[in-house]
Design a protein. Structure first.
Length: 289
């Protein structure tokens, strides 16, 4: 069993068909089938089972696929590291970000692109939990997330605190500020993470601190959907102020919280004690400047 066979098997596992895998690998179908057969004979294990036109991994196949992904990632990292030593900054920088955290990227990517024109970018959007899992799986190198987050296994650089504001339909009120207890009578739609603890719990904790029982009419994991509903007059929402830098605010107004301490802390995170590319290291440095 060698690296080439592991790459072939991973492609078969991910595509679910010899035909699609062969097309992806730019090779003919018969030799790929032979490579799979040879691997099964060497391991003395059936790795895939046919289900109609599709191939499904056996238990042994699933174990091999997970191990193969780790080995192939390590090999790719090794090749990248060696090339970087010799060639300098180039290659693909994979970054994940929560949707309300894209405001931290736009200006930096523009400046970074000017400094390192040989680097290209692969961006992924998701909630904090999903991005943390993507880091663990080595699908991305860096992620911009919001606390709270279980930090075991991650290194991080905290970003400035972000205050929450009330976002309402345009013309809803002439107030510039509002007290937390005044929110009790407002139909609210809140951002709610589907996994783990998130901003929803931060907001609810502040309501509890003020003894307020909010009227929550909607929970949603997408800030853009919430703003669209607010724009339609369904209700109001509470979001970090940096959200305003990412989404169009036409038809919307913001009101500051007069006596609230609802704040969000963001961070850029990466895997602890694992190799990250030179481009990732330099990109992290832009957050320190």
């Amino acid at each position: 069993m060698d690296i080439k066979q592991l790459r072939y098997f991973s492609a078969i596992a991910e595509e679910g068909q010899i035909t699609r895998a062969a097309k992806r690998l730019h090779m003919a179908q018969p030799p790929l089938s032979q490579q799979l057969k040879s691997l099964e004979q060497e391991l003395e294990v059936c790795l895939v089972e046919r289900n109609g036109k599709e191939l499904e991994l056996t238990q042994g196949g699933k174990v091999l696929y997970e191990k193969a992904k780790n080995i192939l990632n390590l090999m790719d990292e090794l090749v990248t590291e060696i090339k970087e030593v010799d060639e300098g900054l180039k290659g693909v920088l994979s970054i994940g970000a929560i949707k309300t955290g894209f405001s931290y990227l736009s200006g930096r990517l523009k400046e970074f692109r000017q400094r390192y024109p040989k680097i290209t970018y692969r961006l992924r959007e998701g909630d904090t939990f999903t991005l943390a899992q993507s880091l663990i799986k080595r699908e991305i190198e860096l992620a911009i997330v919001r606390y709270p987050l279980e930090m075991n296994g991650f290194s991080s650089l905290s970003l400035p605190e972000d205050e929450f504001v009330l976002i309402t339909p345009q013309g809803w009120s002439d107030k510039k500020t509002i007290k937390v207890n005044e929110l009790a009578g407002i139909p609210l739609m809140l951002l709610h993470r589907t996994n783990w603890v998130g901003l929803y719990e931060v907001v609810i904790e502040e309501f509890n601190r003020h003894g307020v029982n909010p009227e929550i009419i909607c929970e949603c994991g997408d800030a853009a959907m919430l703003l669209s509903l607010v724009r339609s007059g369904v209700g109001a929402t509470l979001l970090p102020k940096s959200t305003l830098d990412v989404f169009p605010m036409n038809g919307l107004e913001t009101i500051s919280l007069e006596d609230g301490t609802i704040k969000s802390q963001s961070a850029i995170i990466w895997l602890k004690e694992r190799y990250i590319s030179k481009s990732a290291v330099q990109f992290i440095e832009t957050f320190k400047q």
